[in-house]
Design a protein around this ligand. Structure first.
Ligand SMILES: C[S@@+](CC[C@H](N)C(=O)[O-])C[C@H]1O[C@@H](n2cnc3c(N)ncnc32)[C@H](O)[C@@H]1O
Length: 243
């Protein structure tokens, strides 16, 4: 897996923000263009790698529409067992760009986002920082805690959470509805490991795994609930189906 080597900024306006990330994530801070991959902190923060750039802007594109219409996220809502109350404690073990986590937070849930890639953690923090400062967004932001860790660390504490959410990277050739941005992310990470293989052995209450619709689920591991969309399917595993 590749990751950013440095925090770069050019415009003095972003000096303090960039310095805070450098301190928090223990990365060198520079105003000289570093070796790629690096993250450029600006009004359009991006990760630079292999002459490509990866952004995460919640104020534009298709994700903006999903944010506006978050109540229509019926597949996600069914998969996590969403009810208006009580809100759930969700552990998102494959944080990525934080899209799913942010939708969970908008729905009112308390989310711990775990992402092992430092560059992606910073991109997500930047996406949140650049949202309009409305009560609506501030409330959702306050419900998310970002951890730059390997999720396997949580194997022995999965039962603290109501839902463990897993969205492993899958092959883009499967035409499974991955956006251009996710394709770029896949090139940046160059990694397709599946943390659910480890975590499924843990003591969770509910585990939701997002798969391409064509996914061949092994017969020995049958989900209790299947939530099917056009391009993706959510496999829901319940440790105590009677609860
Ligand atoms: C397909 S992306 C998730 C996209 C995310 N659901 C979203 O809405 O943006 C998968 C992410 O999981 C991360 N990941 C994979 N294995 C991990 C692990 N063991 N611990 C933490 N993060 C992991 C990868 O770095 C990648 O960013």
């Amino acid at each position: 897996m590749s990751d950013v080597n440095a925090i770069y900024f050019q415009n003095q306006t972003f000096k303090n923000i960039a310095a805070n990330y450098a301190k928090k994530y223990n990365l060198p801070l520079t105003t000289k263009i570093p070796i790629t991959p690096f993250i450029n902190i600006s009004d359009e923060t991006f990760i630079s790698f292999d002459e490509l750039s990866l952004k995460n802007n919640f104020n534009e594109g298709s994700f903006k529409n999903r944010i506006i219409n978050f109540q229509r996220e019926n597949l996600l809502k069914k998969a996590i067992g969403h009810k208006k109350k009580p809100y759930k404690k969700i552990l998102d073990v494959t944080g990525g760009l934080g899209h799913d986590s942010f939708l969970f937070a908008l729905l009112g849930h308390e989310v711990t986002l775990v992402e092992r890639n430092t560059g992606l953690c910073i991109l997500f923090e930047e996406a949140l920082r650049n949202l309009p400062k409305t009560t609506y967004f501030e409330k959702a932001k306050s419900k998310i805690n970002v951890l730059n860790e390997n999720s396997e660390k949580f194997l022995n504490e999965l039962d603290i959470y109501d839902v463990i959410y897993v969205d492993p990277m899958f092959d883009i050739k499967s035409k499974a509805g991955r956006s251009g941005q996710l394709n770029t992310m896949q090139k940046y990470l160059s990694d397709q490991s599946d943390v659910s293989i480890t975590l499924i052995g843990g003591n969770f209450k509910r585990m939701v795994i997002k798969r391409p619709i064509s996914f061949n689920q092994s017969k020995s591991l049958k989900p209790q609930i299947t939530v099917k969309g056009k391009a993706v399917v959510f496999h829901v595993f319940l440790k105590n189906p009677n609860n």
